[in-house]
Design a protein around this ligand. Structure first.
Ligand SMILES: [Zn+2]
Length: 434
């Protein structure tokens, strides 16, 4: 089904005998054209990076088949799960690819039969977390880069509503060309590549002053904007610092179940099933959790997956703190009790582990429930120990001081110690590191 790659294939260090050196990607430019009938994405990519002379390694999933690869002043070897690049000199380099990406972990076409005139609403797909499913990239959280993402959706003849793309960063130009509808997204400040997620679906977009709302049906836009604005004001006050870009988009896609949420830079993908839960049942947790990641995840990034709890424990706890403000203290306490119950089950199942956890081999292993549940419970405990004033002063200090930086658990400890004027070494040793 795929054209035979014209570049060298090797799985091991067969041709490049040295260990990978570290490269720093500075900018990714990716143009994707979905083939809606075959359900693959055709990609053209350009990576600007700096590296010393030697071999560097990049990630891609097996479903991404490279047909052309070249680097300035060097050689490229494409393997099943990675790409090795050898450059002959120190400095700035350009790496270019052409490829096709099929469904993989991180790239999912919406369920249902292949689109047809009878099933037009099934068309589209979304990507989540694993950018190596649809582009060659360096997925390490220590790496941050800017992105220009262009998506070209071929013209469809008999659809009642056209497909639209939603992506990270600022929404750029849109135009109709000979090859289809072009959508451009620009992330102009460097972010980690897991924040590059995007989606294509039969959706429309509505904007107010600060937010954008993407959904198949925009009739609930007022409710979504109001709920988002209220949670945004709460989180901004606690964080004490502005986001990278002032805009924020929420996209509701036909994922198939209400619990899906994926944060990206300046944007969140959720499922359309969640809209009535949010607007009619006032279930604000998922919306707030994902919005909180714009500070704890996007603005303040983790240096390594070992401290994933600084993303997920924070987002979970902040959503509970907002629930307290929005629905009262009893609602907050319910949330904490539920977390305690989940933690008990995790302990009984032998799944407990330190919050700062270095035993993972890839990002997937660092996920799981512990960073969320144990992380949020630790923040609740810290809040009770330090008291309201010192605790929130510490959260504000940690967030504002580390904006646009990479952090680990020690950075959080230092900020909380400084804000509370207390030595928290013992507490962090017990609760975070062991
Ligand atoms: Zn999260």
């Amino acid at each position: 089904m795929f054209p035979r790659p014209r570049v060298l294939l090797c799985n091991v260090l067969c041709c490049f005998g040295s260990l990978p050196a570290s490269a720093q990607a500075t900018h990714y430019a990716v143009k994707l054209t979905p083939d809606l009938d075959r359900r693959v994405l055709r990609g053209e990519e350009r990576i600007e990076f700096t590296a010393g002379a030697g071999v560097t390694q990049w990630q891609k999933k097996e479903g991404l088949r490279v047909s052309e690869a070249k680097v300035s002043n060097g050689d490229v070897a494409v393997g099943e799960g990675s790409v090795r690049v050898r450059v002959a000199s120190d400095g700035e380099h350009v790496l270019q690819f052409k490829y096709e990406a099929a469904a993989e972990q991180g790239l999912r076409w919406f369920a249902g039969p292949t689109p047809s005139p009878e099933n037009p609403d099934q068309a589209g797909f979304f990507t989540a977390f694993y950018c190596d499913a649809w582009m060659v990239c360096d997925t390490s959280p220590a790496q941050r880069a800017t992105l220009r993402l262009e998506i070209v959706i071929p013209e469809q003849k008999r659809s009642p509503q056209n497909l639209r793309a939603v992506g990270p960063g600022k929404r750029g130009k849109e135009w109709r060309g000979k090859d289809g509808y072009h959508f451009v997204f620009q992330q102009t400040e460097p972010v980690q590549t897991y924040l590059f997620s995007f989606g294509v679906a039969r959706i429309d977009v509505a904007d107010d002053e600060s937010f954008s709302f993407y959904a198949a049906d925009l009739k609930s836009q007022k409710g979504v904007f109001q709920k988002t604005a209220d949670a945004f004001a709460f989180l901004r006050a606690k964080a004490t610092v502005d986001l990278l870009d002032s805009g924020y988009a929420e996209a509701f896609l036909p994922v198939g179940h209400a619990g899906f949420g994926q944060e990206a830079a300046g944007m969140t993908l959720m499922s359309e099933e969640y809209v009535p839960e949010l607007t009619e049942k006032d279930d604000v947790q998922l919306m707030t959790h994902e919005l909180a990641h714009q500070w704890w995840g996007v603005l303040v990034g983790i240096r390594s997956w070992s401290d994933f709890w600084l993303n997920e424990g924070f987002a979970e706890f902040m959503s509970d703190a907002y629930i307290e403000k929005h629905q009262g203290q009893a609602a907050y306490e319910n949330q904490i009790e539920e977390l305690k119950g989940r933690m008990q089950k995790l302990r009984e199942a032998g799944k407990d582990r330190p919050l700062h956890w270095e035993q993972w081999k890839d990002a997937h292993e660092a996920l799981g429930e512990i960073p969320y549940v144990k992380g949020a419970l630790f923040l609740d405990r810290l809040r009770a120990d330090l008291g309201e004033e010192k605790f929130w002063r510490g959260i504000g200090l940690y967030t504002s001081r580390n904006a646009r930086k990479l952090v680990d658990s020690r950075d959080f400890q230092r900020a909380m110690e400084e804000a509370s004027a207390q030595d928290l070494h013992q507490l962090f040793e017990e609760a975070v590191f062991h």
